[in-house]
Design a protein around this ligand. Structure first.
Ligand code: SF4
Length: 69
């Protein structure tokens, strides 16, 4: 089974950029400050960080979704 993936709800997100500070390995910001998430399963050692980044999003716009395969 693959690791979980990160998803951004682009309707909710207002570009605080906190997630990119907490998880720069997988999230960077575009020119407008909105997150660009690497479309890969979160590697095992980063799952805890990814969980914390999702929990820290003030708008609940970042989700960690369990892999289905
Ligand atoms: S922390 Fe949440 S609101 Fe802020 S940029 Fe990331 S996903 Fe968007």
């Amino acid at each position: 089974m693959e690791g979980p993936t990160l998803e951004v709800d682009r309707i909710r997100c207002d570009g605080h950029g906190l997630c990119a500070e907490l998880l720069p390995e997988l999230i960077r910001l575009d020119d407008w400050g909105y997150p660009l998430v690497r479309p890969v399963p979160v590697p095992g050692p980063l799952v805890g960080h990814a969980r914390r980044a999702a929990a820290a999003c003030p708008l609940l716009a970042l989700r960690l979704r369990q892999g289905s395969r």
